[in-house]
Design a protein around this ligand. Structure first.
Ligand SMILES: NC(=O)c1ccc[n+]([C@@H]2O[C@H](COP(=O)([O-])OP(=O)(O)OC[C@H]3O[C@@H](n4cnc5c(N)ncnc54)[C@H](O)[C@@H]3O)[C@@H](O)[C@H]2O)c1
Length: 334
């Protein structure tokens, strides 16, 4: 489908579900960004879930964003249960504005929800020549190291640094071996998941996404991944006044209340300590790229590089939606 047509359909659906024109356009842009970077697990396939939660009054499309400035460059944003994209966008906008003015900013968002891909927000900061970290917690998916039951979310950590005239360095990764969205979409489309990324409810490795969703996902690097997911829960949940410790609700199948997810943005100028940051980071990347490569590797890529290339290539093409997702959109329009 042509991107313009798809965007119009998404906007129409979002407005029907109560969003104003500005927010509907923004959400559509973020969902389509996910399609462009081949992260369809976080794209249009999620729209029916968001709409379902709006219908159940678990997301408030009119939720007012309230910004409380704690000091010049520290803010707490109450997203008032609006959809995660809106709270997170307000968060990064505030973080960028304050970092530009004061050199560094710390912005927390509470009463928010699932916000899609962290790189969308980080991209806004690097485009303003800023370095940025962002954290968000998510519903239980990973068992803490040593536990039988999942409690931490896939809790992504994202970091971005600008590189002059080149795609930015953007490392953006969940703390699980694969992100939960990939398991959700495999379950939806009747596909298998890779071996070794999840256990069923009896603790056995499974490639069946439905069994994996009832079991636990495995963290990256055992106790190290578990520790990082925990750190994100503290920064996004405990620190911001949001849900934490396993109490973030799963947006797909827990309708007992809003998600109350938290996000945290730390943004700062790239030239705080050195005048020639852009030269130094280029030099740093050159050194890595010059290393001898293992068999089969043509180029050593830095995080964010291939995502940018996918984005540029896919932006020119139509978006191919699976029939099931296309049918969902048609139903949402009715
Ligand atoms: N909102 C949420 O609750 C939530 C939860 C989990 C994940 N997510 C999002 O899902 C997205 C995907 O997460 P993921 O864990 O599947 O990421 P991923 O495994 O696709 O990539 C992780 C990181 O590795 C880098 N990378 C990948 N291949 C590389 C290579 N060959 N060389 C160098 N670097 C490489 C990528 O640029 C990326 O920064 C992220 O944008 C994340 O923010 C969101």
């Amino acid at each position: 489908m042509k991107t313009i047509k798809l965007k119009k359909i998404i906007i129409k659906i979002l407005k029907k579900y109560g969003f104003n024109n500005y927010n509907a356009k923004l959400i559509a842009e973020i969902l389509i960004y996910a399609e462009f970077v081949n992260a369809s697990s976080h794209g249009v396939s999620r729209l029916s879930m968001y709409c379902n939660r709006i219908k159940k009054k678990l997301i408030d499309p009119k939720g007012k964003i309230k910004i409380k400035n704690i000091s010049n460059n520290i803010s707490l944003i109450d997203s008032n249960n609006n959809i995660g994209f809106i709270g997170a966008y307000a968060g990064i906008k505030q973080s960028i504005a304050k970092a530009k003015k004061y050199g560094i900013s710390l912005v927390a968002v509470k009463n928010s929800g699932h916000y899609g891909l962290s790189s969308y927000y980080i991209d806004k900061a690097v485009k303003s020549n800023l370095i940025s970290f962002c954290f968000t917690n998510a519903p239980p998916a990973i068992a803490p190291y040593g536990a039988k039951k999942s409690l931490f979310g896939t809790n992504p950590i994202a970091f971005g640094a600008p590189i002059k005239n080149k795609p930015a360095f953007i490392f953006d990764s969940s703390m699980s071996k694969i992100n939960r969205g990939k398991i959700r979409i495999a379950a939806k489309l009747g596909k298998k998941i890779p071996y070794g990324v999840a256990l069923d409810k009896f603790g056995k490795i499974t490639t069946d996404p439905k069994k994996a969703l009832k079991g636990v996902q495995l963290p990256i690097s055992d106790f190290k991944g578990s520790g990082l997911a925990w750190m994100v829960d503290i920064l996004s949940g405990v620190l911001t006044g949001s849900a934490h410790g396993g109490s973030v609700k799963d947006p797909f199948d827990d309708f007992t209340g809003p998600q109350n997810i938290g996000h945290l943005f730390i943004t700062f100028k790239a030239n705080l300590f050195v005048k020639d940051f852009s030269k130094r980071i280029l030099n740093n990347i050159k050194k890595v790229k010059k290393l001898p490569k293992i068999k089969g590797v043509r180029e050593i890529m830095y995080p964010g590089q291939s995502k940018y290339q996918r984005y540029k290539k896919n932006k020119k093409k139509d978006i191919n939606l699976p029939k099931k997702i296309y049918d969902e959109l048609q139903n949402l329009l009715k």
